[in-house]
Design a protein. Sequence first.
Length: 172
Amino acid sequence: MVIMSSKKSNNLPACKNWPIIPQKIVKKTLATLISLLSAAAFALFFFSSLIIPIIGPHSTVGILMFLFGACALALYAYEQAHFNRYFYDLTKDFLVIKEGVFTYGETTLPYSRIQDVYVDQDLLDQVFGLYDLHVATASGQSSITSHIDGLSYESSEEIKKQILSKMNRKEK
């Protein structure tokens, strides 16, 4: 893996200098599948007395396996499309994050409004070696929309350093 210096090279956007890692696709797909599997197990536990007598135990397992496989493929395709459309940049005055598949959203944060920048990992991030960079403002909305997830440790720390330096310049 090539680690870029503090300065962006060739005027490329930050997402090209410090890209998100493709393992993010698998991690996000797996996280959603775990949630769906939990909900399906819960539903099957409570509704098995209604479902199994109607379609039979073997058909139930086959249908569930087919649905799980179809969901896994659809989720993977969605996460791949999200990964391909994900964009972020550190401009002179703003942090810009653009993302979405069916609807495309853009978050533009002036460095002067940023109050905190931090890096964290959830359990699956630790498994896949991913880091999430969060940017907080006084707005409650920022915690939802202002993050870059799926970075390497080096990239997350470099982006954090870049944002903090831009925040410090704006305060002076």
